[in-house]
Design a protein. Sequence first.
Length: 377
Amino acid sequence: MQLSDEHIMIRKMVREFAEAEVKPVAQEIDETCEFPWETVKKMGELRLMGMPFPEELGGGGGDTLGYTIGVEEISRVCASTGITMAAHTSLGCYPIFDVGTEEQKKKYLPDIASGRKLAAFGLTEPNAGSDAGATETTAVRDGDHYVINGTKCFITNASTAETFVVTTMTDKEKRTRGISAFILEKGMPGFKPGKKENKLGVRGSDTGELIFEDCRVPAENLLGKEGEGFKVFLRTLDGGRISIGAMALGIAQGALDASVKYSKERKQFGASISSFGAIQNMLADMATEVEASRLLVYDVSLAKDRGERIIKEAAMAKLFASETAMKATRMAIQIHGGYGYMKEYDVERFYRDAKITVIGEGTTEIQKLVIARELLR
Ligand code: COS
């Protein structure tokens, strides 16, 4: 795909930043599970934490494709940082930009779209994962407030974010049409982060619970209309799936780059292993699938900015890119042999990081369900 000069510049700028500032700490934050505050602060200063939002609201003033390239380039060296950026932008900031009132946008977006504060999205619950409509967290109207009770889990940026979009059930009888979204702020009485998770991959990212115990939220913090929270979050997830596709694409590209380099350096049987057909086969498969993923992810990014219906296309891009990341990282370890199994080599981390992309923001199975429903509707 021919990129515009602007998008080529974005890639160059983010790649240089990623190589200089993100890559050097990637292994360390994976090992220590320490949140990369310094990196995230610098990303805010470079306007990388709100790339697709207007400048007057604190954002980078770019489009979805530019943002997609940004997530791809960061994830190419560190998926923990990539998922932090993606969850903050697509899930935390986007719904406020999408359906927030003018007051809500002015109150919250300048701080989060500029990266001065982090944002998060509270959807998943212990009993509401793929069946996201089965939310058990309740919000009950009490005068000019709502009282929220419940627990969210597996939330990216749970303990580092200061602004949250959270889904609740305001009318259980109506099931998905009884779901409403709210904007929450860190420190509201009755609202606190819970247990921080210890994970297989993206270990430098912050994943944890959100706990609500009689949390009183002003009614003006209702995001969108009461009962329309389900549609708000499904639309949010359409965009989120593009960014997980971009993250997966970045991981796969990182695995391919590492494999090309290593295969040229590594000598066995008196020759570089890149001269062997078995290795070339794997490299060719990886490169082809990475490129196909890129086309799907970029194409749906452009379609989103044209305002098209992207439910099927976002699911396809996420499905294909995430499965590609799984395959490409598996092959990368195979090409690296015993060394690839060791923590000194990035591909060991890439392999573990890839796994979340076939689960988060809808499993592979849910993406297929969404695609089939769109085909058959
Ligand atoms: N955008 C806007 N509206 C949508 C939509 C979308 N992408 N997809 C569906 N809707 C609408 C439907 O048109 C329907 O509207 P009506 O009530 O007016 O008829 C409504 O939303 C309910 O849709 P549906 O009946 O399809 O809901 P289901 O409960 O059957 O399931 C799935 C929907 C499975 C697609 C949804 O629960 C899902 O995406 N699950 C995965 C959740 C997920 O990704 N979790 C990970 C979170 S990580 S942040």
